[in-house]
Write a protein that binds this ligand. Structure first.
Ligand SMILES: [Zn+2]
Length: 307
């Protein structure tokens, strides 16, 4: 998709917050080209606009959290991944609580709701970051790199010393159709002891088997089991798509992650932004956009939605 896009109609989404355990309401509003993704957080008399971008990331320990001034919005990554999958570049998200609803722990409910109101192409073209030289980052046993590629591809491997996970690897070429089929429904996961500890600390109050895969000592505790045999690595790819969207532009490159998470994803996004000699912008002229020129990563799959 060469055009910038937004949603066609207003969209209401409500659901429980993973950490607060209370109901959070969001109103997603269409926005004009060049707006980006803006969260508008209200609390009492204060209204704070927080752009979803790397500069506003304030915490990456358990989720990706953005903030500006006194107000924060936590756990934005699954919604951000859904916006990437639906090609949404511009949006105002009014939110009445400190975290995005967790829904079922995946990005699929967000995608279904966005496609139900439709995606509108705007006249202006997108600006794309194309990686031209490899960039690497290592922290302890975690490694991440991005190398030039004609597509956005994510290769992830994770390695947990646990009988339910062990080693899982997957390489995925990101497209709207592929993301919806193979990645979007993969849920977040946690270990039973960790979840119980967080609850004892007054955190993860909304966490349940309805919004996460919970792993016991030797089995998955969710009665329905897993959605995919390798649901864990698929969810890590989902998180990576969401976290890299904070670059603020679509990206052409192959991200290779070994045991990565929100923290190293954010550091890599910052490193990319600080390494302008390792990438270039691609931007198409209005006539090229009108002529419908396409590059491989941006197939016009948005036509499936109401264009
Ligand atoms: Zn996640």
């Amino acid at each position: 998709m060469l055009h910038q896009c937004t949603i066609t109609n207003l969209l209401h989404i409500s659901g429980i917050g993973l950490h607060t355990g209370s109901i959070i309401n969001m109103v997603l509003r269409p926005a004009k080209a060049g707006t980006g993704i803006i969260f508008e957080r209200k609390e009492g008399n204060i209204t704070q606009r927080i752009k979803a971008c790397a500069q506003n990331v304030v915490d990456t320990r358990m989720a990706t959290v953005i903030g500006d001034g006194q107000l924060r919005v936590s756990t934005i990554e699954h919604l951000m991944a859904a916006l990437v999958a639906c090609h949404i570049d511009n949006l105002i998200i009014q939110i009445d609580g400190p975290e995005v609803p967790i829904m079922d722990g995946s990005a699929a409910p967000f995608i279904d709701k966005i496609l139900s109101v439709g995606v509108t192409r705007l006249e202006q073209s997108r600006k794309i970051i194309s990686i031209t030289k490899p960039i690497h980052l290592q922290e302890g046993d975690k490694r991440i790199s991005i190398i030039p590629s004609r597509f956005l591809r994510i290769s992830f491997d994770l390695d947990f010393n646990h009988p339910c996970i062990k080693r899982q690897s997957r390489s995925f070429k990101v497209s709207q159709q592929g993301f919806r089929q193979d990645i979007a429904a993969a849920r977040t996961f946690g270990f039973y002891e960790e979840v119980e500890y967080l609850k004892s600390q007054g955190l993860a109050k909304g966490g349940s088997l309805d919004n996460a895969v919970v792993i016991g000592t030797d089995r998955i505790l969710n009665p329905e089991g897993l959605r995919y045999a390798d649901e864990f690595v698929r969810h890590k790819i989902l998180d990576t798509v969401g976290d890299f969207s904070l670059l603020g532009h679509s990206i052409l490159g192959h991200i290779k992650s070994h045991k990565g998470g929100h923290d190293i994803n954010h550091k890599m996004v910052e490193k990319i932004l600080a390494s302008p000699d390792s990438w270039r912008y691609i931007e198409f002229s209005k006539s090229e956009v009108q002529a419908g020129l396409s590059i491989p990563v941006l197939q016009p799959e948005v036509a499936m939605a109401k264009a």
